[in-house]
Design a protein around this ligand. Structure first.
Ligand SMILES: [Zn+2]
Ligand SMILES: [Zn+2]
Length: 438
């Protein structure tokens, strides 16, 4: 058996808002920097991207696809008629053509230049049937995000209601950037399902591609082996999920649908009659104050879940009513079966990671993530110490401290889960607060 780091959900330049410089060469370069060996192709049903992949990927004797030193899995994301996104992996190019034939009558944009993530007019269970009929594997994408996801507010609260008879054919759920295993394992209905942590990257930047990945123990990097790992067959398995801390994701916290302010709670000592009256508005947040923080939050979340909480900032500034929406954390709170995660025995550990670029940025006190100083420091560090994920997860702290003590301290705090985060929400990423003594 061998160990591979795999990111199984990305996009191509044929999806909206994707970098036009994303191609096999730039993808491979980032994979080597990050320490990934297996990557999803993204958007494999899109005709031009398919042609590009057919032309460039070589088949290995074990049946894996390869370009340069990196292995590729034919992959796409599909939106169904209920606006739920699904990650789809297909075994070979023949099955991609079959999928195009099956789905073409159900989709208006499958063959469009910008149809990288096609929408099909099929119910979730029907889509699962179509994909598994041709040997593909499928599961819900970024399962908890407030948009386009199976568990979003006012959508499903368990897998069975969504997939019915097709549930046993669903091979995994993708956690998404704002969730991790500790959050997802609060749902009893997920105890038998494997979790994937993928980047959903829209660019080859090392901040995006591979920001989440799965460490998989398999015999070789082929589709069949990955399918076995997801089904936990023949000792094939996912041995580690690595992803952003959920608070760094864009949808962790509840937010106003209109002004996108995030809602947070702060403790005060005076008692207030109603927490709904005591708040402060800042450019990015509405901060509510309460003496009894837990009770106040619960009450607030219940009102938001009923669709009855109006944004006080919008009300004050425009006198219009806009609703607060649940973030990933609060949505899980409302549909969870347990207060604390109950991990099934098969569940691998999850590492809450911070992209190395962001660590360097905070040490150098640089705001921009595209700063040349930061990128140069990133590349230099990797050329001397090895791929990013070796540095973040595996390398001894001594070696990192010898290179840069400040970076070493943050990585140590990250490994011990001692970082303080400002949570993301409403489409804005969270950030790390470095109150460390450095
Ligand atoms: Zn999606
Ligand atoms: Zn608002």
């Amino acid at each position: 058996m061998q160990i591979f780091n795999a990111d199984l959900h990305i996009h191509s330049p044929h999806s909206i808002a994707v970098s036009q410089s994303l191609n096999l060469d730039t993808m491979v370069a980032t994979c080597k920097q990050k320490g990934l060996q297996i990557l999803g192709t993204g958007d494999i049903l899109q005709p031009e991207w398919l042609k590009y992949m057919q032309h460039n990927l070589q088949k290995t004797p074990e049946g894996a696809y390869q370009y340069d030193d990196i292995f590729f899995i034919l992959q796409t994301e599909i939106e169904d008629m209920e606006n739920i996104h699904h990650v789809v992996l297909l075994p070979d190019f023949q099955s991609v053509i079959k999928a195009q034939k099956k789905l073409r009558n159900h989709s208006k944009n499958l063959f469009n230049e910008w149809g990288g993530r096609p929408r099909v007019n099929l119910a979730p269970a029907e889509l699962v049937d179509e994909i598994t009929d041709i040997g593909g594997i499928i599961g819900p994408a970024h399962a908890f995000t407030p948009f386009k996801a199976i568990f979003r507010q006012n959508q499903y609260s368990n897998l069975e209601d969504c997939y019915h008879h097709a549930l046993k054919k669903v091979s995994f759920i993708e956690l998404g950037l704002s969730a991790n295993t500790d959050l997802a394992d609060r749902l009893e209905c997920l105890k038998d399902v494997s979790f994937l942590s993928n980047s959903d990257a829209h660019s080859q930047s090392p901040r995006s591609l591979g920001r989440e990945f799965n460490r998989i123990e398999i015999d070789n990097p082929s589709f069949e082996e990955i399918e076995s790992a997801l089904r936990r067959k023949d000792s094939r398995r996912i041995i580690l999920n690595v992803g952003l801390h959920p608070k760094l994701g864009k949808y962790y916290n509840m937010f106003c649908y209109k002004c996108r302010r995030r809602i947070i709670f702060k403790k005060i000592n005076e008692s207030t009659t109603s927490i709904f009256n005591k708040y402060r508005i800042t450019p990015q947040f509405v901060e509510y104050y309460s003496k009894d923080l837990e009770r106040a939050r619960k009450e607030f979340i219940n009102t938001v879940a009923k669709g009855k909480m109006i944004c006080p900032a919008c009300k004050e500034k425009t006198s219009k009513n806009f609703k607060i929406k649940l973030g990933v954390y609060e949505r899980i709170e409302t549909i969870s079966s347990y207060n604390k995660a109950q991990h099934p025995n098969h569940r691998p550990p999850y590492i809450n990671a911070i992209p190395l670029i962001d660590i360097i940025r905070s040490v150098k006190n640089v705001k921009s993530s595209t700063s040349k100083t930061v990128l140069n420091a990133y590349e230099k560090m990797i050329s001397q110490l090895g791929p990013e994920y070796e540095i973040l997860i595996d390398l001894s702290l001594n070696k990192i401290n010898n290179y840069d003590k400040k970076i070493g301290e943050i990585i140590e705090a990250m490994r011990n889960d001692q970082i303080i985060y400002t949570p993301g929400g409403g489409g804005k990423y969270g950030s790390i607060k470095l109150d460390l003594d450095i």
